[in-house]
Write a protein that binds this ligand. Structure first.
Ligand code: WQD
Length: 351
């Protein structure tokens, strides 16, 4: 059974990917220092899968500690690298923290890939690398514009680092550009746990609906779009997770593929912010308390994916609808409220 090292295993997409990997016959270990995640999430992963998850509470910016994980696990066949800071607004306020954390951790991992000759590496990238595209939907060869935030820059630079390194090694890489991951596992045993006030749209919606936030703001309705609000490609986190399993399958079964492939992970449908809110209201039966406010700096006006490459090459076929996304997100928010005592061990506040 192939052993896969998943960095950020207690995180939102990392935890859902652990579940999918185990469900598809992979052995997994996690590395997560819980600086931005709650270790209790791994209990949910264990409940869903019936498997014990070994987590190394290691900061990947510490090379010696990272190296020691590979010394202890000589049978690691692949790596899926999620662990990174990802709050767009925070990255604008603390750029050096973002460049150091996201790039040093990646470089340390790649040095271990080189040292231990790890065959496969899947990297968590983002549609944010496209910046504000001139036209949509974007394909993987759409020219990358200037990133809108230091967070976006770290993803662009990380892709370049991997591309350059891939030319010098037999390790093969897949870069997955997520659009907007939303929703929660259908069991409601794992889901998104934003730290502090949620930056992203769907947790802001569900926290407002449950009363954790008094009101939410729609950042602008005067854009050149069909209803004036921004357009995004919302994709269920379980569909994103399954794409990682399919990526490893593809790397293992197709040795002749290129040393570094890139795939868009989106549904291919553009949904406006106001349409997403309407979908939530329909699914939850809640009338959301929101106001229209000023535009948010750094927001891309409209972006959604051409996902045909992932469909054709990874055999990836997103299963969840927008209603599923809103329904699972809402059920998870309600669970967080009813089981607040279980989840009250909050991870460190944003530093
Ligand atoms: C979506 C839309 C907001 C909150 C970022 C990263 C991306 C990924 C997801 C990590 C925008 C609007 C939001 C609110 C609002 N990150 N909005 N009120 O910025 O598209 O993508 O997060 O995986 O890489 O770039 O996501 O959910 O923050 O915003 O009106 O309270 O919702 O203005 O138009 P974004 P988002």
């Amino acid at each position: 059974m192939a052993k896969i090292l998943v960095t950020g295993g207690s995180g939102y997409i990392g935890s859902h990917t652990l579940v999918d990997l185990i469900g598809n016959g992979y052995e997994v270990i996690s590395v997560d220092n819980n600086s931005r995640s709650n270790p209790i999430i791994l209990e949910g992963v264990e409940k869903i899968t019936g498997s014990k998850i070994k987590n190394y509470k290691v900061d990947l910016c510490n090379y010696d500690d990272t190296f020691a994980i590979f010394q202890e696990n000589a049978d690691i066949e692949g790596i899926i690298h999620f662990a990174a800071y990802k709050a767009v607004g925070e990255s604008v306020e603390l750029p050096l923290m973002y460049f150091e954390n996201n790039l040093v951790s990646l470089i340390n991992l790649l040095k271990c890939v080189q040292e231990f000759k790890i065959p496969y590496f899947v990297f968590s990238s983002s549609c944010t690398v496209y910046g504000n595209p001139d036209e949509t939907p974007v394909t993987e060869s759409t020219p990358l514009k200037q990133a809108e935030s230091p967070y976006g820059y770290t993803k662009q630079i990380s892709e370049q680092i991997i591309n350059s390194f891939a030319k010098t090694t037999n390790t093969r890489f897949i870069l997955l550009r997520y659009f907007n991951p939303v929703g929660a596992h259908p069991t409601t045993l794992i889901g998104e746990m934003p730290i502090g006030k949620p930056q992203n749209l769907v947790p802001a919606i569900t926290q407002t609906a449950i009363g954790k936030l008094p009101i939410m703001t729609v950042f602008g309705n005067d854009y050149e779009t069909r209803d004036g609000s921004c357009v995004r490609d919302f994709i269920h986190v379980c569909d994103i997770a399954h794409a990682h399993t399919l990526s490893l399958d593809q790397l293992k079964s197709n040795p002749e593929t290129a040393s570094c492939q890139v795939f868009n992970l989106g549904t291919g449908k553009g949904i406006t912010v106001l349409e997403a809110i309407a979908a939530f209201e329909k699914v939850s039966g809640h009338t959301l308390n929101y106001i229209i406010g000023p535009r948010r700096d750094g927001d891309v006006i409209s972006i959604y994916a051409n996902n045909s490459a992932a469909r054709q090459i990874l055999n990836w076929n997103p299963q969840y609808s927008l209603d599923d996304m809103m329904g699972t997100a809402w059920r998870w928010e309600k669970r967080l409220k009813t089981d607040e005592k279980i989840f009250n061990g909050k991870p460190a506040e944003l530093n």
